[in-house]
Design a protein around this ligand. Structure first.
Ligand SMILES: Cc1cc2nc3c(=O)[nH]c(=O)nc-3n(C[C@H](O)[C@H](O)[C@H](O)COP(=O)(O)O)c2cc1C
Length: 502
């Protein structure tokens, strides 16, 4: 029985008689056949055909190059899709990474892309990154942190749209929109507003024909529905979020009478075969993972940080203030075990809310911050911060000098920003301050991988992680199929042990 469940590539034969259904591995007279099941077939075949990959599996972008060039290349070569972690990098750094990916994979290779993060702070950043993507012919962009559409993302999506012989619209560039709320999904499930398209035509960024075609199709052909995840997250469970977005998708596809469908992928808390099988069971066209890849050898995180991730249990995560939207009280999900970052960052946020300036914080508290968190005087930290912004964004310095509360925010953000750097670089005496984005998927993965070949950090490659999750998901799917036929599948039929897969 267990062999028949695990060996998903072989058919099994079912015979029903008066004693109930029985399972055979060889054909029987008057039997029903359950055909082979391949991990490749768990998702939407149109996803594989459109994006030129073997598996319906995306290795998600991780900011500041934590999803490295090597990770993208390894993912693509394993038949997955890899997205480069472009967020937080300068356009020139992104372009350099893109060129390296193209040099490794060949200029025409499918199956990879890069992140476009919506930027509220830096004007012109999004446009500069889209310029890089269009110049370098990057065919897939994962759009994230958008609340509404920006001209830059519409320009990317609409550039190169052409009419098909059958009257449909052919895309040159594909947007994967990462969303965790229906109101944001609505923007990507709809065509861009006419005002945005008109403005892009007026400025010469789009041709009138591209704008006409853009009005017939949704901005994104692939929407990644992101549940409780590492980093920025709304903490929603996939089982609640995915069906709600699917219903919204169905309504909008009918309303706009699109000729093509819109694929929904699933992300967030996927770290075990069972989670992946359940995502496909919800109807996901593809799955996307994040946290678990940060522990892989191709990740840009330091060895020390990866070792900490490999120790994480399912509850070893916490929400902590985010560096990029600190003042707004936005939080990110981080690793809690082995680091005080979440508590320390929260202390900074509480002080920020309670006080109007650094000077109004009680002296004893200020001394503690200087000793424990900053390891320098707050005056020195402000000096370094001011020097940085004088270069990068002079407007911030003017604002901070006029507004002591803003100055406090910039000083506190110094700690949050550096806490990620210390983790990425593995600065030993800053281990207690490491900021490592991480969701509960990591602990779930560790529990599954315990005592298997995937337990040691050195064996964790994005390819082996993905192949094992997909193989295991196929096994669990088959176990469930057999149950629905009345076969009494034992609990062990739903278990899959990690093993080297080629
Ligand atoms: C360290 C880390 C950095 C991330 N950086 C980004 C990012 O820059 N842009 C983005 O869209 N998503 C980012 N994510 C989210 C992932 O791409 C992915 O959507 C998410 O991790 C999936 O949920 P999971 O962590 O439960 O697997 C990041 C996630 C992690 C763990």
């Amino acid at each position: 029985m267990l062999d028949a469940v695990q060996d998903v590539r072989a058919p099994v034969y079912l015979l029903r008689d008066t004693d109930g259904p029985a399972l055979f591995r060889t054909p029987q007279a008057d039997c029903d056949t359950l055909p082979p099941l391949y991990p490749e077939w768990l998702g939407d075949p149109a996803f594989l055909a459109t994006h030129g990959c073997r598996f319906p599996y995306v290795v998600g972008e991780m900011a500041r190059g934590l999803a490295t060039v090597e990770m993208v290349v390894a993912a693509q070569q394993a038949g997955l899709i890899g997205f480069f972690g472009a967020a937080g990098l300068a356009p020139a750094e992104i372009e350099d990474a893109i060129r390296r990916i193209q040099a490794a994979l060949g200029p025409e290779a499918d199956g990879w892309g890069s992140n476009l993060i919506h930027s509220v702070h830096e004007r012109g950043y999004e446009d500069a990154v889209v310029d890089v993507y269009l110049r370098a012919s990057v065919r897939r962009v994962s759009a994230s942190a958008f609340m509404a559409l920006s001209p830059a993302i519409v320009r990317y999506a609409a550039t190169g749209l052409a009419r098909n012989a059958d009257g449909g619209v052919r895309r040159r560039n594909f947007v994967f929109a990462k969303i965790s709320r229906p109101e944001v999904a609505a923007h990507f499930l709809s065509p861009p507003p006419a005002t945005l398209l008109d403005a892009l035509v007026s400025s010469g960024a789009l041709t009138p024909e591209e704008a006409r075609l853009a009005a017939e199709v949704p901005v994104a052909a692939d929407i990644t529905v992101e549940a409780d995840s590492g980093g920025h997250t709304d903490n929603r469970p996939l089982a609640a979020l995915f069906p709600a977005i699917a219903a919204q998708r169905d309504r909008l596809v009918a309303q706009h009478r699109y000729k093509e469908s819109i694929r929904l992928g699933a992300a967030g808390s996927l770290g075990t075969p069972g989670a992946v099988a359940s995502a496909f069971g919800l109807g996901a066209a593809y799955v996307l993972t994040g946290s678990i890849n940060q522990a892989a050898i191709e990740s840009g995180l330091s060895d020390a940080g990866r070792a900490m991730l490999c120790e994480a249990g399912i509850a070893d995560v916490a929400m902590a203030p985010a560096a990029d939207m600190f003042e707004l009280g936005v939080k990110v999900q981080v690793l809690r075990r082995g680091t005080f970052f979440a508590t320390r960052a929260q202390r900074l946020y509480d002080l920020y809310v309670a006080h109007d300036s650094l000077e109004s914080i009680p002296a004893a508290e200020r001394a503690r911050l200087e000793k424990e968190l900053f390891r320098a005087s707050l005056a020195d930290i402000w000096k370094t911060t001011r020097d940085h912004f004088a270069h990068a964004e002079p407007g911030e310095v003017t604002r901070a000098e006029a507004d002591p509360k803003h100055r406090m925010a910039l000083v506190f953000r110094w700690y949050l920003f550096h806490a990620s750097r210390w983790a990425a670089e593995g600065i030993a005496d800053r281990r207690a301050d490491y900021q490592i984005w991480c969701g509960p998927a990591m602990g779930a993965f560790n529990a599954w991988a315990a005592d298997s070949f995937l337990e040691p950090a050195s064996h964790r490659t994005v390819a082996q992680i993905a192949r094992n999750l997909l193989e295991g998901a196929a096994v669990i799917t088959r176990a469930q199929q057999l149950r629905t036929f009345g076969i009494p599948v034992p609990a062990a039929g739903f278990a899959f042990r990690p093993r080297p897969l080629g």
